[in-house]
Write a protein that binds this ligand. Structure first.
Ligand SMILES: [Zn+2]
Length: 233
């Protein structure tokens, strides 16, 4: 229903604008500020008869268009459900718009010193704030430039082209995703530290993450206690 009224208002505006364009510049100016309410008009001084003629007709035009061309959804009353426009998402709300490939630094943002993709900014901030409130010193390293991923592969997997670009991640020590496929290159993974050291299974930070991280859309890669990402890989 809200949409229908909006559409009607736009149509009415278009009509009044068209009328105004064929008349005087003064009327065009009035129409350009439509919809105009009576209070605004009073503040601008008493309208002359010609001006008020165009203003008075607006509600009728809106009403007319509201009564025609209404989407069927309005009648059923079920398809017009809308979400609250100003309601902020819950900390654990869905993360949308995550990339499916490497991103450049301009698509990332620093969250408490950890660089992540912009789509991960809100949930990461919420996670780190909650961890801090729990008395934990959690930090880490997030987004990684593709060149850094290649350097890591060289370090962890071997120095040949096969080692760097083809060898399965699990054959590297520690496991390291092939260049172009790491969540770090997407800004959707973080290697966490706890009190400045690598987060390890069983430490206070890790235990807190196990209990809470999913609320913030972070999931652990089981082979690496420190590595948490939007999809667990
Ligand atoms: Zn990692």
């Amino acid at each position: 229903m809200k949409t229908a009224v909006t559409v009607a208002a736009m149509l009415a505006f278009a009509i009044v604008s068209t009328i105004a364009l064929t008349t005087t510049p003064k009327r065009a100016a009035i129409a350009a500020s439509a919809p105009v309410n009576a209070q605004e008009q009073t503040q601008q001084g008493p309208p002359d008869l010609e001006d008020s003629k165009y203003i008075d007709v607006l509600p009728n035009i809106i009403k007319t268009f509201t009564q025609v061309d209404l989407p069927q959804a309005g009648a059923s009353g079920s398809a017009t459900t809308t979400t609250g426009g100003n309601t902020p998402p819950a900390p654990g709300g869905p993360v949308t718009g995550t990339p499916d490939g490497p991103v450049t630094i301009d698509q990332t943002v620093l969250v408490r010193g950890i660089r992540v993709h912009t789509s991960m900014a809100a949930n990461t901030e919420a996670l780190l704030a909650a961890a801090q409130a729990a008395g934990l010193d959690i930090s880490g390293s997030g987004w990684r430039d593709p060149q850094e991923q290649i350097a890591l592969r060289r370090q962890n997997c071997g120095t040949t082209d096969y080692d760097i670009y083809q060898r399965p991640s699990g054959e590297c020590s520690p496991p390291t995703a092939r260049p172009g496929t790491s969540n770090h290159e997407r800004g959707t993974a973080i290697d966490f530290t706890c009190g400045g050291d690598t987060m390890r299974a069983g430490d206070a930070c890790f235990n807190w993450m196990v209990a809470n991280a999913a609320k913030y859309n972070y999931y652990n890669l089981p082979a690496e206690s420190w590595h948490w990402s939007v999809n667990g890989s």
